[in-house]
Design a protein around this ligand. Sequence first.
Ligand code: FMN
Length: 207
Amino acid sequence: MKLLEVQSSVRLERSVSRSLSHEFVQAWQMNHSHAQHKMRDVGTNPPAHPTELWTQANYTPPEARTLEMVGVLSHSEQLIAELLWADCLLLGVPMYNLSVPSNFKAYLDNVVRVDRTFAFDCETFTLQGLATGKKALVITPSAGDYAPGTPMAKFDFCEPYLRAILEFIGIADVTVITVPNQFMPDEIRHQQIETARTKLMALAATW
Ligand SMILES: Cc1cc2nc3c(=O)[nH]c(=O)nc-3n(C[C@H](O)[C@H](O)[C@H](O)COP(=O)(O)O)c2cc1C
């Protein structure tokens, strides 16, 4: 088993997604003794945003790319290789302004690439995800509560977006652990963390 952990909170010490992920990985490794684990921290080390040259390179067939194009895509290629290497993805993705952190979006812009992680047939208008055979576990804390049926549910562009973009590249087996109410008083906040921790510890044995 090969686990790629991607963290996107800009916080280190006080990050709920990072600390829960850390606990999960430790418990998961106890149950998967020969597992390999790689960490990609886009919260503190975000990939560059696409540029005009990057875009041109992306849509140029590999054999026709100039050295400059190859260079501008090299980090993206490294991130894609790492993603394709993994069987399991653990994604720490807090809600930022109703969606994913911009650092994580920059990561996605680098890994969701035509003919690398998805293919699109322009004649039949069909999409094919190329990052298949993987599962993903997402830990997503938020200040508010966006659970279905709550007044805030309609503002959630984080979980639905994550599910959609993962499915887009071929990953439909997605488990999302939300950690809501992180701006509430400590008692409520900690209760939510404990609920998430319990779910994660159960998953560590079975996932
Ligand atoms: C830039 C920024 C934007 C945020 N936007 C939202 C938001 O739209 N809705 C929400 O519920 N929480 C929002 N939050 C709160 C975070 O989701 C919350 O603090 C979460 O615990 C952060 O994850 P972390 O603990 O792993 O750092 C925002 C936090 C930051 C830093």
